[in-house]
Every structure is written in C-alpha cells, then in structure tokens.
Design a protein around this ligand. Structure first.
Ligand SMILES: [Cu+2]
Length: 178
C-alpha cells in the first residue's frame, strides 16, 4: 500500500511542476530610430535551456537592409552615455543579427542594459537605433513551454488544482496510514 501513496505523491508533484514552469521565456524590445536614421526595429531575447540567451534582431525602415552594422549590449540606457560594451552581438547584416549570449535571460533583464546599432565599423557614431532592455515593450509567447492562449492558461490552472488536490489527498492517506 505504501508504494501506492508514493506514486500519488509523485504524480501530484509532476502536475505541480508542469504548472509552475509555464512562464515567460522570451521578451521583445523595441529598437527606436535615432536622429532620423530611418532605421528602427525590434529585438527578441529568448531564454535557452542551457542557460544562454538568443538575441534576435530584425531591423525595418528604408535603410535597414544596407551595410554591415556593429551592434552591442551596453551598460546604461539609450539616454545615458556609458560606452561600456557589456555583451558584444553579431554584426547586423541585411537588417538581421542573431547571437547566442553566454548569460541567462533573467540576468540580462536584471542588469541595466541597452542595445545600440552603429552606422559602421569605421564610423560608430551617431548611433542609428537604440532600445532599452529595462523596458521590454511586450512579452511574445514564442518560447518552449510558454502559454499561447487563455485556454492553455486555464488548462495549466486546472492541472495545478488537480496537483494540489492530489497532494492533499496523498497527505491525508499517509496521515491515516500512520
Ligand atoms: Cu555599441
């Protein structure tokens, strides 16, 4: 009989875990045009299972697809002037850049960082496009395990309720058996 109780506890904790891990794994940051550069865009930062973060940048606007542009994660904000590069990113080519940053998304979001894009390697200023990580504009639900709609949230809640009920039931049974 004891094995039966343990099985219940295991099943209950599994349900509980499923509901608990259903959280945001990705944030979107708007990249704003600076000084009439005609280049804006967005960056999507997605947490990877190995503790790294994939930073995907897509630019839009008349001049977005031309040239090769250095891009960095700097300390500070777009309004600040701190030039320290915290994490270098892959150059923007044809309006796109994709980098795997060796830090978890939660850490990137806990620091005060901004993304800026420079005109070229030879001419770093004026910065054409900038976005603050401290103010993500939206939270797209594209990551693995993320909830995609209300029905999934309801399903997760239902699972959580079932999980808690099973846990309590198992506890009661164990107490009775003792
Ligand atoms: Cu920079």
């Amino acid at each position: 009989m004891k094995i039966w109780y343990m099985l219940l506890v295991v099943v209950a904790s599994l349900f509980g875990t499923t509901a608990a891990t259903a959280q945001e794994t990705s944030v979107k940051v708007s990249l704003m045009e600076q000084k009439s550069s005609n280049v804006a865009g967005a960056a999507v930062l997605t947490a990877n299972a190995d503790g790294t973060t994939t930073v995907l940048v897509q630019l839009s606007g008349p001049g977005a697809g031309e040239g090769v542009h250095p891009i960095h994660l700097h300390e500070g904000t777009c309004k600040g002037t701190i030039p320290t590069i915290r994490y270098p990113l892959e150059n923007v080519v044809k309006g796109k850049s994709e980098t795997k940053v060796n830090a978890p998304l939660s850490q990137l979001l806990s620091e005060t960082l901004y993304i800026n894009i420079h005109p070229s390697k030879e001419m770093l200023f004026p910065v054409t496009t900038c976005g603050d990580l401290s103010a993500p504009t939206s939270v797209p639900k594209t990551g693995a395990g993320a909830l995609t709609d209300a029905s999934e949230i309801l399903a997760a809640l239902a699972l959580a309720v079932v999980g808690v009920s099973l846990s309590m039931g198992a506890l009661l049974l164990i107490r009775r058996a003792m």
